[in-house]
Design a protein around this ligand. Structure first.
Ligand SMILES: CC(C)(COP(=O)(O)OP(=O)(O)OC[C@H]1O[C@@H](n2cnc3c(N)ncnc32)[C@H](O)[C@@H]1OP(=O)(O)O)[C@@H](O)C(=O)NCCC(=O)NCCS
Length: 194
């Protein structure tokens, strides 16, 4: 069952007219980001933010952010280094933040009996978008910084997102275990779009 069958939705660029006032993430930092910081990051071009909404609706049910990053070649796992030129820095796109509106997602699940799988949908959309971007501005890596739930987040039911990303083929860096990567080649192969 596709998440679209539970809740028809679309993913569009964030605008200042989007509404995050009732957005509640399992991680307080994610809630705070979309409510308080998104505007500054988009207007300064520091990050692009894409939001999941019902078509034509302005209420944010999920989002992710993208920005540019470069990683030190020697920090990469051997498998990722294969077929990469030995430049000291390797280009990448950072999926800095990703979150779903927990309350909305839980409500949908309770009423339909079907998991909306918004996290998976957002992560897939982000990977496809990065593939498209990298055809214009080359980026060898997709990079994710998995936020660490705070002690308070854990008391309100948060789970560590690191395992979520591992499930979708991202590999942690040995030198910085909460930073994960997937080569764009691997993304292209996965989505059959080399
Ligand atoms: C992490 C998050 C995005 C996952 O979204 P979600 O809508 O709950 O996840 P989905 O329903 O799409 O899950 C897809 C699969 O991943 C699994 N999964 C979800 N969260 C997971 C986690 N934290 N650890 C391990 N597996 C996880 C699900 O069980 C499901 O597995 P299945 O294929 O066996 O059924 C969401 O829980 C969230 O917003 N968390 C708070 C913010 C956060 O941690 N963001 C990431 C840090 S930047």
């Amino acid at each position: 069952m596709q998440s679209d069958q539970v809740f028809p939705h679309t993913i569009v660029p964030w605008t200042k007219d989007h509404d995050a006032s009732n957005f509640t993430s399992n991680l307080q930092s994610i809630t705070k980001y979309i409510q308080d910081q998104a505007h500054r990051d988009v207007s300064s071009f520091a990050s692009s933010i894409f939001v999941l909404t019902a078509p034509g609706d302005m209420v944010i049910r999920g989002f992710y952010s993208l920005s540019s990053i470069s990683l030190v070649y020697s920090d990469l796992p051997d498998r990722a280094k294969k077929r990469l030129s030995r430049y000291p820095q390797v280009s990448g796109i950072l999926l800095g933040r990703l979150g779903v509106d927990r309350d909305f997602s839980e409500k949908l699940y309770a009423s339909s009996g079907i998991k909306p799988r918004f996290g998976e949908f957002l992560l897939t959309d982000a990977q496809l978008r990065c593939l498209k971007i990298t055809k214009e501005i080359g980026s060898a890596l997709l990079v994710i910084d998995a936020e660490q739930p705070s002690a308070q987040d854990l008391t309100t039911g948060a789970t560590d997102p690191l395992n979520f990303y591992l499930k979708y083929g991202f590999t942690p860096l040995t030198s910085k275990p909460r930073r994960l990567i997937k080569t764009m080649r691997a993304v292209a192969a996965e989505f059959k779009s080399v």
